[in-house]
Design a protein around this ligand. Structure first.
Ligand code: CDP
Ligand code: CDP
Length: 211
């Protein structure tokens, strides 16, 4: 079985940026598990189906193709909102977790990022990172991304959205967002992307030596 690196944390903590860099450095395959929730949500929205029917949502989750996930197609705010609503449903989570676990077995290794990788999807992973930053810093990062895209942005609205997403992710009964007991905490509030990567690399290199 491949070497699994589990990366969890709240919205806009820098998980995706860090995961892509790690995957590239070590030649591992990367799965952004948030995209599996987003793809399920988009399929429901596109078909005009309700977001509160667990059986229907589970069917859509089981049809998600991991090879066809593309953040640019799934980035719409409306899709993110719908994703965080269907992510509270146990049957949806079971279906997507199974697909994520199958992915994690790929060789020579994988990087999975999300909310419950170290706690539920891959609890025996030898490297678990919990990447976080203050809500203000995370909202600022999202704001900067939108402005860099040349679009209008409202900081207060983005900040409120980050707080709401945190509450939903940390407050749900099934697989709430929290660090695994053996996770390394990486608070990137005051860290550059490079510093965060170097911190992660030290932890991964030590674990690879032991593997
Ligand atoms: O995947 P997640 O939602 O956790 O965050 P991301 O999309 O990887 O990162 C959000 C933004 O924060 C990106 O624009 C990054 O360039 C920026 N950023 C970062 O990822 N890490 C830092 N230490 C500083 C900024
Ligand atoms: O929109 P944002 O960047 O904050 O999150 P995302 O990584 O694109 O994931 C979309 C939604 O899926 C999140 O709000 C989470 O509620 C949910 N999710 C989850 O429940 N478990 C995961 N392993 C990944 C995402």
């Amino acid at each position: 079985m491949g070497f699994v690196i589990a990366i969890d944390g709240p919205a806009a903590a820098g998980k995706g940026t860090l995961s892509r860099r790690i995957a590239e450095t070590y030649g591992f395959q990367h799965l952004d598990t948030g995209l599996t929730y987003r793809a399920t949500a988009k399929a429901l929205l596109d078909a005009g189906l309700p977001l509160d029917d667990e059986d229907v949502a589970e069917k859509m989750a089981r049809a998600v193709d991991l090879g066809g996930l593309d953040r640019s197609v799934l980035s719409r705010h409306e899709i993110g909102e719908a994703a965080s609503r269907i992510a509270v449903m146990p049957a949806v989570r079971r279906a997507l977790v199974e697909a994520q676990q199958a992915f994690s077995k790929r060789e020579p290794g994988t990087v999975l990022d999300g909310r419950d990788i170290g706690t539920v999807v891959c609890p025996s992973s030898p490297v678990k990172l919990y990447v976080t930053a203050s809500p203000e810093v995370r909202a600022r990062r999202r704001y900067d991304e939108i402005v860099a895209d040349g679009k209008p942005a409202d900081f207060e609205a983005i900040f409120a959205d980050v707080r709401k997403r945190d509450e939903r992710d940390m407050g749900r009964a099934d697989s709430p967002l929290k660090p695994a007991a053996d996770a390394h905490l990486l608070d990137t509030s005051e860290m550059s992307i490079e510093a965060a990567f170097q911190g992660a690399k030290t932890i991964i290199d030590a674990a690879l030596k032991k593997a």
